[in-house]
Design a binder for this molecule. Structure first.
Ligand SMILES: Nc1ncnc2c1ncn2[C@@H]1O[C@H](COP(=O)(O)OP(=O)(O)OP(=O)(O)O)[C@@H](O)[C@H]1O
Length: 244
């Protein structure tokens, strides 16, 4: 479970987070939905302790990420930008390296790596260098790296950015299967259709705050609208920076 309370962060002159509070439960996919500049990436970076909040706290399974960063990271998988893989490494080397970074011994890392390669049906590319990989192959490698240490909580920043339809569908299926296994999945997006299709819960963000949280249906009922897109516009008063 991921909980964020009163998170505040100023970057240069910009109030990127302004008292952000929400929670994301196990066995659910929670979407952070907000226009460009709403603070989604800043929130996820703070969760991963890449940024330190000015005020407020973030906890992963009850562990405060700034007080016990290593313990928090062991229960947290971060889906990185799939375009930034180490091209000289094969997925097996890359994923195994991250498994060891996350505290697994060599033998356990190799075992975990083989399991995740099988789960994501990557055996055919497991020992090829990442250089030249298609977007979908990169995305699978990046996701495998995020989940190899079996973190209970998985955080993804705009995971379908730049992916084609097939890769997006593959990712969607993977997230649904992780959810079925009881993981807590939190992802940021400004793509309405993706959030509607995947999320059990939606946190609507604007100007560094959460202005509403609920299931897509609850948000529609609360605003008296028929679609999440209309509900979102009603909540934030604009559709600027949102993609259909
Ligand atoms: N390093 C930085 N220097 C200056 N301003 C920053 C920096 N990082 C973030 N910001 C500002 O903080 C605000 C929140 O940015 P953030 O990237 O978290 O938004 P976002 O919701 O992820 O947006 P997008 O959907 O466009 O990725 C924006 O106004 C952004 O310009």
């Amino acid at each position: 479970m991921i909980e964020v309370q009163g998170l505040t962060k100023k970057i240069a002159d910009v109030q990127a987070l302004d008292g952000l509070s929400f929670s994301a439960e196990d066995g659910k996919i929670t979407g952070l939905l907000g226009p460009n500049g709403a603070g989604k990436t800043t929130c996820l970076r703070t969760l991963f302790n890449l940024l330190r909040a000015d005020d407020g706290w973030a906890r992963v399974d009850g562990v405060d990420v700034s007080v016990e960063p290593l313990a928090a990271k062991q229960t947290l998988g971060l889906f990185p930008d799939p375009f930034g893989l180490y091209e000289r490494l094969s997925p097996r080397e890359y994923i195994g390296f991250f498994a060891e970074l996350n505290g697994l011994g060599k033998a356990a890392a190799q075992q975990a790596c083989s399991e995740v390669l099988e789960r994501l049906q990557m055996q055919d590319i497991a020992d090829r260098r990442c250089k030249g990989f298609s977007q979908g192959q990169r995305m699978k490698t990046a996701l495998a790296q995020a989940i190899v240490h079996k973190p209970k909580n998985i955080v993804l920043d705009e995971p379908t950015r730049g992916l084609d339809v097939m890769s997006t569908r593959t990712l969607r299926d993977l997230l649904l299967s992780l959810k079925a296994d009881g993981h807590c999945i939190l992802f940021s997006s400004h793509v309405m259709q993706e959030v509607s299709a995947l999320c059990d819960e939606v946190v609507v963000m604007a100007a560094g705050r959460a202005i509403a949280q609920g299931s897509p249906q609850e948000l529609c009922e609360r605003t008296g609208q028929d679609s999440l897109e209309e509900a979102f516009i009603a909540l934030i008063g604009s559709d600027e920076g949102i993609a259909a």
